[in-house]
Design a protein around this ligand. Structure first.
Ligand code: PMP
Length: 359
C-alpha cells in the first residue's frame, strides 16, 4: 500500500474542479513603472507613518489578535457612519467574497455578475461548485438591467456581484440601476465599492432600506494594500450569519492596530485621492489625443483603453521600456485592451511617452 501511494501524484487527489482551474496570476516582472495593480502611488501620510513605531511597540506579538476586531470595527463604523455590528472585516475584500459565497451559496446554485468584471467573483464561486451567469454590459459598459433581470429568472441567483466603479471598465453604475437590480434579481446584491474614493455618488448605507444589499470596501486602493484589509457593511442579521464562516483571527494584530491609526488620519489621505482624480483626467485627455488610442471614461484609479494596434506588440514594447500595465490577454471583449493604473505625475508621463513610442 505504502509503495503504491508513493507512486501517486498527490495533485491528482485534488477535486477536478480545482485541478481544472488556474491559480490567480499576475506577472510581477520587475519594471521601473508599475501601473498594473490599481495600487496607490503614494505611501500613507507622513503623520500616520510617524505613529507606526509606537503602534508596533504596543503590539502583543506573543498573543493572538483580538478575535472580535472590536477597536477596528468601531473605527471603521465611525468613518462610515454606521454601527460596529454592521461591519465585518476580512483579510482583503477577496476574503469577504469567499465568506459570502460559503455562507450564501449551495453547491449547484448560481451567482450573477455583469461581464466583464473582477475575475475573483467567478473564480471563488467555481471553487465552491457554484456557477456564474454573466450578463454582458452594454457597449459603453453601463449595466444592461433588463438582461440581468432576465438572467436572474428561474432559480434566482444566491448573490449578484456589482463592482461599482467596475474593474476593469472604470464605469460607475447608476444608482437607479443598482436599486432596480437589488429590488428585482433576488438573492443578496453585493455592491463592491473598491474604487469608490475616486468616484462620485457612493451608494451609502443602502442596506438600511434594502436589507439584501451588502456594501464591500477595501483599503487596498488608497495606499494600504500591504495590510490586506477589506470589510463588508450590511444588515447586522446578515453580518451575524456570515461571521460564522470567518476564520478565527483572520485580521492580524498589526493590521488591526495600523488601520485604527490610519483612520484617525483619514483627512490626510483625501488630498491623494484628489491628486489621482486630477491625474486620471489629464491622462485621459492625453490618451484621447494619441491617434488610434481609445480610452474609456473612468471613475476609478485606472483607465481601460484600446490602442488599435496588436496588443502583444504594444505590451512587449512597454515592458522593454520598463513600464508594466495590465493586458487582458484572451479575455472576452477586453482581450485587446490595456488597463493602466494612475500613478504619480512622473510615472504617468513615463507611461505616456513609452506608449507613444510603442504604437
Ligand atoms: N474588488 C474589486 C472590484 C477589485 O478590483 C479588487 C482588487 N483587484 C478587489 C475587490 C480585491 O481587493 P482586496 O485587495 O481588498 O482583496
Amino acid at each position: 500500500m505504502k509503495k503504491e501511494l508513493d507512486r501517486i501524484d498527490p495533485g491528482s487527489l485534488v477535486r477536478p474542479r480545482i485541478r481544472n482551474a488556474s491559480a490567480y496570476h499576475v506577472d510581477q516582472c520587475p519594471c521601473e513603472v508599475v501601473l498594473d495593480a490599481n495600487e496607490s502611488p503614494y505611501p500613507p501620510p507622513a503623520k500616520m507613518r510617524e505613529r507606526l513605531w509606537v503602534v508596533m511597540a504596543g503590539t502583543a506579538f506573543n498573543r493572538y489578535p483580538d478575535m472580535e476586531t472590536s477597536l477596528l470595527r468601531n473605527a471603521i463604523a465611525s468613518k462610515e457612519g454606521v454601527d460596529a455590528a454592521e461591519i465585518l472585516p476580512g483579510n482583503g475584500s477577496d476574503e469577504i467574497v469567499q465568506s459570502l459565497v460559503i455562507a450564501l451559496c449551495e453547491p449547484g446554485s448560481k451567482i450573477l455578475t455583469p461581464s466583464p468584471t473582477f475575475s475573483m467573483y467567478r473564480a471563488i464561486a467555481g471553487f465552491h461548485g457554484v456557477d456564474t451567469i454573466e450578463a454582458p454590459l452594454n457597449e459603453d459598459w453601463t449595466l444592461d438591467t433588463e438582461t440581468m433581470v432576465r438572467l436572474a429568472g428561474g432559480q434566482p441567483p444566491s448573490i449578484v456581484f456589482l463592482a461599482s466603479p467596475n474593474n476593469p471598465t472604470g464605469v460607475r453604475y447608476d444608482l437607479a440601476d443598482v436599486e432596480s437590480i437589488a429590488d428585482t434579481c433576488g438573492g443578496v446584491v453585493v455592491v463592491d465599492e473598491a474604487y469608490v474614493d475616486f468616484s462620485t455618488e457612493p451608494v451609502g448605507a443602502m442596506f438600511r432600506d434594502r436589507p439584501n444589499v451588502v456594501i464591500l470596501k477595501t483599503l487596498s486602493k488608497i495606499g494600504l494594500a500591504a495590510l490586506r484589509l477589506g470589510y463588508m457593511m450590511a444588515d447586522r442579521r446578515l453580518i451575524e450569519q456570515v461571521n460564522k464562516v470567518r476564520l478565527p483571527f483572520n485580521i492580524n494584530s498589526v493590521t488591526q492596530a495600523v488601520v485604527v491609526e490610519a483612520l484617525k488620519y483619514w483627512e490626510e489621505f483625501t488630498p491623494f485621492f484628489r491628486e489621482i482624480i486630477r491625474e486620471r483626467d489629464r491622462v485621459f485627455r492625453e490618451l484621447e489625443s494619441i491617434s488610434g488610442v481609445d480610452p474609456f471614461p473612468s471613475e476609478a484609479n485606472f483607465i481601460l483603453m484600446r490602442t488599435g494596434t496588436d496588443p502583444a506588440l504594444v505590451f512587449d514594447s512597454l515592458i522593454r521600456k520598463s513600464v508594466r500595465v495590465r493586458w487582458f490577454k484572451g479575455a472576452a471583449r477586453v482581450g485587446d485592451c490595456f488597463r493602466v493604473t494612475i500613478g504619480s505625475p512622473t510615472e504617468n508621463d513615463k507611461f505616456l511617452t513609452a506608449l507613444r513610442q510603442s504604437l
